[in-house]
Design a protein around this ligand. Structure first.
Ligand code: ATP
Length: 320
């Protein structure tokens, strides 16, 4: 393979820049040229491609966001759009493509490889951690750390006023950000899309914790269930403790990537290029039991994300 393309697509995630750097530098190491496609699949429609050199990716390993920018591209869902994407790749002499993004971006990559024979490698870049085949996605660790920082601050003020804090985190239909930030912040309760809300149980847990000497409570609510505001309103109707909602919002998607995300980025980017160098496409890379793995893209996108009920039970046992 002589020339590869690289794009970031869907929601941005901390670590995408570090992955861009790893892909570009690894490809150059193996004597391949790299074209960066700006604005995700939209860049293939609009032909916004830039050659990337060793120095194009200097000083970005620590930056949040994505240097290539990202977009949602509805055209890519149509046959006409997909053909346009393929013709742009042909026009630029691109023999293989690396797609950094989430579930939706992988579906686009799957179409390119399955239907049009473009060797494509997916790198999981999304804060949601909603892909079953990999233990972690790029950006998840940083996003959870951002949540922890905010929850720590909320705990200070909630304790002073003896309040209940309802904190909304992202994750779309996946409860992992809520689960991990809940456990790591010592939240008493998490509310996730995978488990039905039981307000009676929540009240029992709050009352028990207060009887045990707690002066505040943290409830982490995943956005896929309802907003912090809605949840706080429902809770305030059934408790005498004062409840305050906080939506963390888009700060979760920004910021300098953590060590864990930079390490994943380096390894995912390098693995993706090694696969293309060996003429292997139609795969996604990931991490499983601390090993960097690759898997068939069709198999990976068809897997349904499972919730870690054991971790949930751990939280129930240690946060009271
Ligand atoms: P995140 O999980 O962070 O939101 P994502 O990659 O899942 O990231 P999406 O908006 O779902 O984000 O998808 C990104 C882009 O991938 C879409 O805008 C579209 O261009 C392309 N895409 C999504 N689904 C398909 C599909 N079924 N076929 C072709 N392309 C798709």
């Amino acid at each position: 393979m002589k020339r590869i393309g690289l794009l970031t697509s869907g929601g941005d995630a901390p670590g995408m820049n570090a992955a861009i750097r790893a892909v570009v530098r690894s490809a150059i190491y193996f004597g391949m040229e790299v074209y960066g496609v700006e604005r995700g699949y939209a860049g293939l429609m609009e032909e916004i491609l830039v050659p990337m050199e060793m120095r194009s990716v200097s000083n970005i390993v620590q930056c949040g966001g994505t240097k290539l920018r990202t977009a949602r591209c509805l055209e890519m869902l149509t046959e006409e759009g997909q053909k346009k994407a393929v013709s742009t790749l042909e026009k630029y002499g691109i023999d293989g493509l690396v797609v950094i993004g989430g579930d939706g971006s992988f579906r686009g990559a799957k179409v390119l490889s399955e239907k049009y024979g473009v060797p494509t490698i997916g790198i999981p870049g999304t804060i949601d951690n909603d892909l079953e085949y990999t233990d972690y996605t790029l950006g998840f660790d940083t996003a959870v750390n951002t949540c922890l920082d905010i929850i720590n601050k909320l705990r200070d003020t909630m304790t002073s006023h003896e309040r209940i804090s309802v904190v909304e985190v992202m994750g779309r239909h996946c409860g992992d950000i809520a689960l991990y930030s809940g456990i790591a912040s010592g939240a008493e309760i998490i509310v996730v899309p995978e488990i039905k809300v039981n307000m009676e149980d929540i009240i029992t847990r709050i009352n028990r914790s207060r009887a045990n000497g707690k002066h505040s409570n943290i409830i982490v609510v995943a956005e896929g269930v309802m907003s912090a505001e809605q949840f706080a309103k429902q809770l305030q109707d059934v408790t005498t403790y004062s409840v305050r909602p906080t939506c963390i919002g888009h700060v979760q998607r920004g910021g300098s990537p953590s060590m864990a995300d930079r390490m994943l980025a380096a390894q995912f980017g390098n693995k993706a290029v090694r696969l293309l160098k060996d003429g292997i496409g139609n795969r996604v890379v990931g991490i499983s039991k601390n090993n960097i793995i690759d898997m068939d893209i069709i198999e990976a996108v068809s897997m349904k994300k499972k919730f870690d009920y054991e971790l949930y039970e751990t939280l129930q046992m240690i946060s009271m």
